[in-house]
Design a binder for this molecule. Structure first.
Ligand SMILES: C[S@@+](CC[C@H](N)C(=O)[O-])C[C@H]1O[C@@H](n2cnc3c(N)ncnc32)[C@H](O)[C@@H]1O
Length: 570
């Protein structure tokens, strides 16, 4: 083993095999030393000095810095340029670099920060021109290059967290070294297996060192949800201060919260974004388990009305703060109720709000408020950019003078229009995968005695020009084990939805098929679309089943199972 500050032998020499833990290929020589327990002090912290190794290699000094890029390319082609991950091949010439006229190093001995060299692969020896390629030889002949010895020092800072942990942990741990982890602001959240116990603080320390944006590393000590229905979890601090007040940004909104008291999962961002762009400005969305508002607040900012509910008082508080902070208050209303109760209640509240002619001013300066279609994030960004460019001349105009010589009148922004709350809900979101499907019976009677709000059943009289809303789409998240053949258990999810609704649902392959389905039309197939959200374990994934509420469920009398469940919850 090479201790701190010790030099490693020149790669390629006879004792290289002992010094390197690699197969012997040139590029794999530069590895951290294998330290195992040696680097761990009695206090189970890391002796980082042991990671310093110095290698004797060669470098091509480029006498004229303008030729660096030419020789970088040429030496890369001749396969002499050193290529080590995270290491630049251009370096300063060391101040004590030995001059070697035989090797063409005719440069003056006085050190200059402007003197640059290109690091060369092991095998190129400064004093042995027979180890040089024609590129090097000709460069030296033309006095453009000099081949000099170079001491390459790699220390703890160079290595990745995996490199360091592989170096110190026993081999049987290597497979389980955490590659990715959840983060919430400055907190990294691990889920270490029990056998890591003796090394858990080392893992925390290394992750802190290698991820400058982190300040605290915690480890989950029990299964999520075993302690709290609010999906919070007991944890221990592995490294850094026990400070769980975090701030995160998602979909253009900022959220601050106490990570120990509310649910947050940064891995859900794609799902938050997916649903966000299914909602159209001016529609009403009811988020029954809104958490701190990752669906609700960005949707509100896009001009979507959201009735956002969470039963956890801490989530409700953080949600309220996020609504204020992100100026989404005219579109998003927070509630702190049991979702079971809130299903019927939200339908009533929305209808009453619409009857009272409540609403909001349209969202200024957004593409979305003018374009009533939901648009994909990339498209929205492109459109916003185009808008900015289009705005540029208008800005110049406002400072120009009119033909009459006076300043031109500034263009007035178009008046903001009142956007009314519609009487019906377009989407329900239920992101509580462990149990949301069991909430479905509570949708029975959602619009009992309010059939008039929707498109009349086939054959009934309706004014030709009236646009009737469709029944709401319900997005219910769930977990499901993969089928034995590892295929996605679409059928299983469909069957569970059908059983809870008491209606036989039909799987469809595309969201749009389900969206266009009309439960009030005679030809309705009661379509359900199942989206594969993310794997949560090797054989278990999270899904989102989306379907329009069947008419038989929406218009059933309210005195059924749903009401009873809701009463029980109250
Ligand atoms: C998996 S989290 C999802 C939160 C948020 N939608 C998100 O995507 O981050 C589930 C949320 O449901 C809330 N919750 C649990 N049971 C509930 C219930 N019966 N009614 C309403 N909210 C509930 C929890 O407090 C938690 O915030």
């Amino acid at each position: 083993m090479i201790a701190a500050g010790q030099k490693r032998p020149r790669p390629g020499s006879s004792d290289e095999a002992d010094a390197s833990n690699t197969s012997g290929s040139d590029m794999s020589i530069f590895r951290p030393p294998i330290l195992r327990n040696a680097a761990l002090t009695a206090a189970a912290s890391l002796n980082k000095a042991l990671f310093t190794s110095t290698y004797e290699i060669a470098a091509a000094q480029v006498h004229d810095v303008r030729l660096i890029s030419k020789y970088q390319k040429a030496l890369n082609s001749s396969k002499e340029l050193l290529r080590v991950e995270r290491l630049a091949s251009v370096a300063d010439v060391p101040e004590n670099a030995a001059t070697n006229p035989a090797a063409g190093d005719a440069a003056p001995a006085k050190p200059s920060p402007k003197k640059k060299c290109l690091l060369l692969r092991p095998g190129v020896v400064p004093s042995s021109p027979e180890t040089w390629s024609d590129v090097l030889k000709q460069g030296v002949e033309k006095s453009e290059l000099g081949v000099i010895p170079y001491q390459l020092t790699l220390n703890y800072d160079h290595w990745t967290s995996r490199d360091v942990l592989v170096s110190v942990l026993p081999e049987e741990f290597h497979e389980d070294i955490p590659a990715g982890f959840n983060t919430a602001g400055h907190v990294a959240h691990l889920n270490l297996r029990d056998r890591f116990k003796p090394y858990k603080h080392i893992v925390g320390e290394v992750l802190l060192d290698k991820n400058p944006h982190l300040r605290t590393v915690i480890n989950k000590v029990d299964l999520v949800g075993t302690e709290s229905v609010f999906r919070t979890f007991p944890y221990e601090v592995l490294a850094g201060p026990d400070d769980m007040d975090v701030e995160v940004r998602e979909n253009g909104c900022t959220f601050s919260f106490d990570y120990s008291k509310v649910y947050w999962n940064s891995k859900l961002e794609p799902e938050h974004t997916r649903l966000l762009y299914l909602f159209k400005p001016g529609e009403v969305v009811v988020d029954l388990m809104a958490g701190i508002g990752p669906f609700a607040v960005p949707a509100g900012k896009r001009g979507v009305f959201v009735w956002a509910n969470d039963m956890n008082p801490n989530s409700y508080e953080a949600l309220g703060n996020a609504i204020k902070r992100n100026k989404a208050g005219s579109y998003v209303r927070p509630f702190n109720e049991d979702g079971l109760v809130f299903i019927h209640k939200s339908a009533d509240l929305v209808r009453e709000s619409s009857e009272a002619n409540e609403g909001a001013l349209d969202v200024p300066d957004t593409v979305d408020s003018r374009n009533q279609q939901g648009s994909k994030p990339a498209q929205a960004q492109k459109q916003q950019q185009q808008q900015k460019q289009q705005k540029q001349p208008a800005k110049e105009d406002s400072t120009a003078t009119s033909a009459a010589g006076g300043p031109k009148a500034r263009k007035q922004p178009p008046p903001r229009r009142h956007v009314p709350v519609p009487p019906t809900i377009s989407h329900f979101v239920m992101n509580l995968p462990a149990s949301a499907i069991t909430f479905l019976p509570c949708f029975k009677g959602l619009y009992a005695a309010h059939e008039d709000l929707f498109k009349p059943v086939e054959g009934a009289e309706a004014p030709a020009d009236k646009v009737y809303p469709k029944l709401p789409i319900v997005h219910t998240h769930c977990f499901a084990p993969k089928d034995d053949d590892q295929s996605i258990p679409f059928g299983d999810v469909r069957d569970r939805v059908s059983a809870e609704l008491g209606v036989e649902m039909t799987l469809c392959p595309r969201y749009e098929d389900m969206e266009n389905d009309d439960p009030l039309a005679a030809e309705s197939k009661n379509l359900v679309y199942v989206h594969n959200v993310r794997a949560v374990a090797p054989h278990k994934s999270m899904y989102c089943a989306s379907f329009r509420l069947p008419a038989s469920v929406a218009f059933a009398p309210r005195t059924q199972e749903g009401e009873k469940k809701a009463e029980k919850a109250e």
